[in-house]
Design a protein around this ligand. Structure first.
Ligand SMILES: *Cc1c(COP(=O)(O)O)cnc(C)c1O
Length: 418
C-alpha cells in the first residue's frame, strides 16, 4: 500500500493503490535489464516487443549519437531531411505491392488514427458522404486514443466502459469458419454504404490475448473487403519487423492491404515513431488541385530526425544480421519448449507464431503473484488477462531463451496446479 500524495507519476493500466511498486531499471544491454541494486533480469518481452535487436545495439546507438549532434529535430512542415526521405523510401521498398506513401507520426495509436482518418477522408474526397464507420474484429486491439479505442474489441477490450463516448463501429468475428465468413460477408453487404474501411491485425491479435489465425483467414478478410469495395487497413504495429517470421505478417497471406500501420519495433525499441503507409490508389484520392483534399493531419514531432535515423539503423541491421532466421529459430524452440504445457488441466491453449509464444490459462490467474514469481526467477515476463507470453529480442542467445522457457514452464505448472 502506498501513500496517495507521494505518487507523482501515473502508471499505465495500473491500479496504483494496490499494485506492487514498479522496479527501478538503471541500465539495459542485449536481452538484460539491470535493476537498481545490481540485479539483472533476462527480458522475455523486449519492452512490449519493441527492442527487436536487443537493447543498446551499438550500430543504432552510434547512428543516433551522430544524428543527435547534427540535428535532433526540425519541423516537417515545409522542410524535409535525409533521415525521413531515406526511411520513407526504404519502407516503401520493403513493404509489399505499392504501399509507397508514408505518413510519419509518433505512436502506434496515432498511426491508427491517421489510417482511420485517411479512410474517412478518402470517401469525402471522392464525393461520397456517410461513410463514417469501420468494420473491426472481435479480439482486436488498435490503441488507446479515441478512434483506435473504438475499433478495439468492444466486450473484452480494456475500453469497454468508454462505449458511449466512442464512435460506434461494426464488429465481426474473424472468418475462421464458413459460418463466420458468411456472417462477415453479410455484415459488409448490409453496412457497406456507411463503412469507410475494414481494419485487422494480421495473423495475431496481440494485446487482445495473442490470438493467432492462419494466413488463409487473413486472405479471406482481404478478399471480402475487396469484394465490397472497401479499403483494408492492416495494423502491423505488433507484427511488423520480423516478429511473425517474415518481415511483415501480410506477406504470409500474399495480400497487399490498402493502408498499413507500423510502430513498436520500427526504431528497434529506441524512439517513439510510427508510420501509416498507403497504396498509390489511396494516395491518389488526396492528390488534387483542391487544397481541402489534402490529408488533414500533422503532428508537431512528425518524422523526428533522431527517430528516423534510429529506424534507418534498425533497418540496416535487418540487412546485415539474420533476423528472420533468428525469428524462425525462436519459433521452433518456443514450440518445443512450451508444447508440453498444453497437457496441463489448468492450461487452455499454447500458441506459437514466429518469435511469439503464449500460454493461455483455463481460468483467471493471480497476475500480481505471477509477476512476482517471474522476477524471483530472474526473468522479466509480464502476464496480462489469462495470458503469459514471450516476445524476446530476435538475437537472444539460446541459453537465455531456454531460461525464459524454463521460467514460464515452472511458473505456469505451479500456477495451473494450485
Ligand atoms: C501497441 C499497439 C498499438 C498502439 O500503439 P501505441 O504506440 O501503444 O499507441 C496499436 N495496434 C497494435 C496492434 C499494437 O500492438
Amino acid at each position: 500500500m502506498t501513500a496517495l500524495t507521494s505518487q507523482k507519476l501515473w502508471r499505465p493500466y495500473t491500479q496504483m493503490k494496490t499494485a506492487a511498486p514498479p522496479l527501478e531499471a538503471i541500465a539495459t544491454r542485449g536481452t538484460r535489464i539491470t535493476l537498481k541494486g545490481g540485479r539483472e533480469l533476462i527480458d522475455g518481452i523486449a519492452s512490449w516487443w519493441t527492442a527487436v535487436h536487443g537493447y543498446n545495439h551499438p550500430h543504432i546507438a552510434a547512428t543516433m549519437a551522430d544524428q543527435l549532434m547534427r540535428m535532433p529535430h526540425v519541423m516537417f512542415g515545409g522542410l524535409t531531411h535525409a533521415p525521413a526521405e531515406r526511411l520513407g523510401a526504404r519502407l516503401a521498398a520493403l513493404l509489399p505491392g505499392d504501399l509507397n506513401h508514408v505518413f510519419f507520426t509518433d505512436s502506434g495509436s496515432v498511426a491508427v488514427e491517421v489510417a482511420l482518418k485517411m479512410a474517412v477522408q478518402l470517401w469525402l474526397n471522392r464525393g461520397e458522404t456517410g461513410r463514417t464507420r469501420v468494420l473491426a474484429f472481435r479480439g482486436g486491439y488498435h490503441g488507446d486514443t479515441m478512434g483506435a479505442m473504438s475499433a478495439c474489441d468492444p466486450e473484452e477490450g480494456m475500453h469497454r466502459r468508454f462505449g458511449a463516448y466512442l464512435p460506434s463501429q461494426v464488429f465481426c468475428d474473424l472468418p475462421r469458419t464458413a459460418e463466420a465468413e458468411a456472417a462477415l460477408d453479410a455484415a459488409l453487404a448490409s453496412h457497406r454504404h456507411e463503412l469507410a474501411a475494414v481494419i485487422v491485425e494480421p495473423l495475431v491479435q496481440g494485446a487482445g490475448g495473442m490470438l493467432t489465425h492462419p494466413p488463409e483467414v487473413l486472405a479471406t478478410v482481404a478478399r471480402l473487403a475487396r469484394r465490397h469495395g472497401l479499403p483494408l487497413i492492416a495494423d502491423e504495429i505488433f507484427t511488423g519487423f520480423g516478429r511473425t517470421g517474415t518481415m511483415f505478417a501480410c506477406e504470409q497471406a500474399g495480400i497487399v492491404p490498402d493502408i498499413l500501420c507500423l510502430s513498436k519495433a520500427l526504431t528497434g525499441g529506441t524512439m517513439a515513431l510510427a508510420a501509416t503507409v498507403a497504396t498509390t490508389e489511396i494516395f491518389s484520392a488526396f492528390w488534387s488541385d483542391d487544397s481541402a483534399a489534402a490529408l488533414m493531419h500533422g503532428p508537431t514531432f512528425m518524422a523526428n530526425p533522431l527517430a528516423c535515423a534510429a529506424a534507418n539503423a534498425s533497418l540496416d541491421l535487418f540487412e546485415t544480421e539474420p533476423r528472420l532466421d533468428q525469428a524462425r529459430a525462436i519459433a521452433a524452440r518456443l514450440a518445443d519448449g512450451l508444447a508440453p504445457l498444453d497437457r496441463l488441466p489448468g492450461v487452455r491453449a499454447v500458441r506459437v507464431l514466429g518469435a511469439i509464444g503464449a500460454v493461455q490459462f483455463a481460468g483467471a490467474p493471480d497476475l500480481a503473484d505471477l509477476k512476482r514469481r517471474f522476477v524471483e526467477r530472474g526473468v522479466w515476463v509480464r502476464p496480462f488477462g489469462d495470458i503469459v507470453y514471450l516476445t524476446p529480442a530476435l538475437p537472444i542467445e539460446t541459453g537465455d531463451l531456454d531460461r525464459l522457457i524454463r521460467a514460464v514452464t515452472t511458473v505456469v505448472t505451479e500456477t495451473a496446479r494450485d
